[in-house]
Design a protein around this ligand. Structure first.
Ligand code: MTE
Length: 299
């Protein structure tokens, strides 16, 4: 079928060629080898990746509690296999897809991305996953679709935060279709060549590196193509503090956290604050998506 969306960017525009590992190299190199080559790649980009231990011990996943250590402590009981994702709405091939079927035949990528939480901490994370665009093309974006909505699993018996209703669940998020189809946007299934830790959103979570971390919805069980801007959890809770777009923007402060600078996790209490970059440093790749939009109004 004909798609209205065409990526102008090639993979080489997004990340230097040296950053790409094909699936065979990835499988062969899992462990020390992969870690080493990723470190080398990150140096080329002047980024210091956080360790798996750091990435998986300081988390936001409110279904498992609100403290940063709660997800690591409590998420062990989440059963992530088998896993089914409902794909519905304005889509050519809707259905309940086994995760493996949904991803079969798609290229697995390994990408080191900056991650910026609205709480003014950041991380550098080597993700493994597939481009969301590849998944959407596989199921067929229906004509008229303009947004993509996502939903997290709700399992009260293994999710203490759901039982105590810390925020309304299911956690929901959304992207405009062109954001979803952008080659930087990933559905991640692992970090550092390892399967995704439960606390980071196993078995599959969204990663949108130019937006604040809360857009990166975890443990996805539903993807819906729609013509209406979908509700998002934090926007629903407090629309003054959290907009639909939530692009990283050092000039638009959150009422409780300055967005001008950030501290990378793992550096200890005295880690140097670094200036936050517009679109988290991905402006060359994504600024055109927002041409003509007032980013103070559309925060
Ligand atoms: N997804 C779900 N389902 N529930 C959550 O509470 N928290 C978000 C996002 N995705 C959250 C979620 C927030 S606020 C952040 S900063 C990131 O997950 C944290 O991702 P990380 O734990 O992998 O660093």
């Amino acid at each position: 079928m004909a798609h209205r969306w065409k990526n102008d960017l090639t993979r080489d525009d997004v990340t230097p060629r040296a950053l790409w590992l094909n699936r065979r190299q990835l499988i062969a190199g899992v462990g020390a080898g992969a870690a080493l080559s990723l470190t080398r790649q990150a140096r080329a980009q002047d980024l210091t990746p956080n360790s798996l231990e750091q990435i998986s011990s300081y988390n936001n996943y409110y279904e498992f509690g609100v403290d940063k250590g709660d997800p690591a402590r409590n998420a062990g009981g989440l059963v992530t296999s088998p896993w089914t994702i409902r794909v519905d709405g304005m889509v050519d091939r809707p259905g309940d897809y086994a995760l493996a079927d949904l991803l079969s035949g798609l290229a697995t990528e390994e990408r080191i991305y900056r991650f910026r939480c609205v709480e003014a901490w950041s991380a550098v994370i080597p993700w493994n996953g597939v481009e969301l665009a590849d998944v959407l093309n596989k199921v067929g974006v229906g004509s008229g679709a303009r947004y993509v909505a996502f939903e997290t699993t709700v399992q009260p018996d293994v999710m203490p935060g759901v039982r105590s209703r810390v925020i309304p669940f299911p956690y929901v998020e959304g992207l405009r279709l062109d954001e979803a189809m952008h080659p930087l946007t990933l559905l991640a299934t692992g970090v550092w060549g390892q399967p995704m830790p439960n606390q980071n959103g196993a078995p599959i979570r969204l990663v949108v590196p130019w937006k604040y971390g809360f857009k990166s919805i975890k443990s996805i069980v539903r993807i819906t193509l729609t013509d209406r801007q979908p509700p998002t959890t934090w926007n629903r809770l407090n629309s003054r503090e959290y907009g639909f777009y939530s692009n990283v923007n050092p000039e638009v402060d959150h009422p409780r956290w300055s967005q001008a600078s950030e501290r990378q996790i793992g550096g200890g209490l005295f880690a140097r604050r670094q200036p936050t970059l517009m679109f988290n440093g991905y402006g060359d790749q994504v600024a055109h998506l927002y041409d003509g939009m007032d980013l103070r109004e559309n925060y």
